[in-house]
Design a protein around this ligand. Structure first.
Ligand code: 13P
Ligand code: SF4
Length: 305
């Protein structure tokens, strides 16, 4: 484990190389605190996509998981997109393959396909439109009449379907980190902090969203935390988000619903790996052009909502 002075040295080297490579560091809200702290931009998956699309850097160091780096590559084919640990994947994204989706589309002919960005580029390429947890309700609202196949997160799909009172065919995927949060965890913390408000991510089970005050994306939770008058806030999401919340709101208390909500893949990115990726200019994430063009259409439609 690197100490403070080791970190200082690492950070200096990263900053020097970042300049040389004309690179930008994008970090997701679940990244390790020290990784978030060197990010040029820290945000949720929608904010990171928008940022990737508009950066004029030549290299994007994506501190997140594989599908996020792929989305950056879909939007910026002429930039080098680095994922400092090639094994940082999202288990939920791996719960559906392109073949699975093609088969499902044959079973339910003429259905619209809405795909959560937590999916591979090949699955996006087979989808009509993408969404993130920040815009899923608005995206589905734009989808015309007919059946909708929603992949891969059954819980986000269930949340949207309930909100819009529109049935959807839900792929049975889930986030192994968010399903660890149980309603009892929230109720236990509520007993300890009766005045607290509860914010949860829509990847949580319906029993958990049912006991929450607000269901929000990571970016939405951060905005809400800044604006609310509540002094104690219980967070039902990956615990990496607490770092930024505490930093931005020193007068407020943030309590994790469950200490077990840790995404091991998000934690794979370290300062050392960021430095190595900038030194070697790898591991690079690049989406093959034929898949990229089709996937981009689904991502662009989302960004236009
Ligand atoms: P956000 O889009 O809210 O950042 O969530 C991404 C994610 O992977 C949640 O588990
Ligand atoms: Fe995937 Fe869940 Fe990790 Fe998000 S928290 S990257 S959905 S496994």
């Amino acid at each position: 484990m690197a100490g403070d002075s080791d970190n200082k040295e690492l950070i200096e080297k990263i900053l020097q190389l970042k300049k040389k490579r004309n690179a930008v560091i994008l970090a997701h809200n679940y990244q390790r605190p020290e990784v978030q702290d060197i990010g040029d931009f820290v945000g949720d998956s929608l904010e990171l996509s928008r940022n990737a699309a508009k950066t004029d850097a030549d290299t994007i160091v994506f501190c997140g998981v594989h599908f996020m780096a792929e989305t950056a590559s879909i939007l910026c084919p002429n930039k080098v997109v680095l994922l400092p640990d090639a094994d940082a994947g999202c288990p939920m994204a791996n719960m559906i393959t392109e073949e699975d989706l093609v088969k499902k589309k044959k079973e339910v002919r003429d259905a619209h396909v809405v795909c959560y960005v937590n999916s591979s580029a090949a699955v996006k390429a087979e989808s009509e439109i993408c969404c993130t947890s920040a815009n899923a309700v608005e995206v589905v609202r734009t989808v015309g009449k007919g059946e909708i196949i929603f992949v891969p997160d059954q819980y986000l799909g269930h949340y949207v379907s309930t909100k819009l009172n529109r049935p959807m065919i839900l792929w049975p995927g889930f986030c192994p980190t968010h399903v660890r949060i149980q309603p009892e965890d929230i109720l236990k913390q509520k007993k300890k902090y009766p005045e607290a408000i509860v914010l949860v991510h829509p990847e949580c089970r319906p029993e958990v969203t049912a006991v929450a005050d607000e269901v929000l994306s990571t970016g939405g939770m951060l905005r809400f935390a800044r604006q609310t008058d509540a002094k104690v806030i219980i967070i039902g999401s990956e615990i990496g988000i607490l770092h930024r919340m505490r930093k931005e709101n020193p007068g407020k208390t943030f309590v994790p619903a469950s200490e077990k909500a840790i995404c091991p893949n998000m934690k794979k990115i370290t300062l050392e790996k960021i430095l190595w990726s900038l030194e070697d200019m790898k591991p690079e994430v690049k989406v093959p052009e034929d898949i990229r063009i089709r996937a981009k259409s689904a991502v662009d439609k989302m960004l236009a909502v």
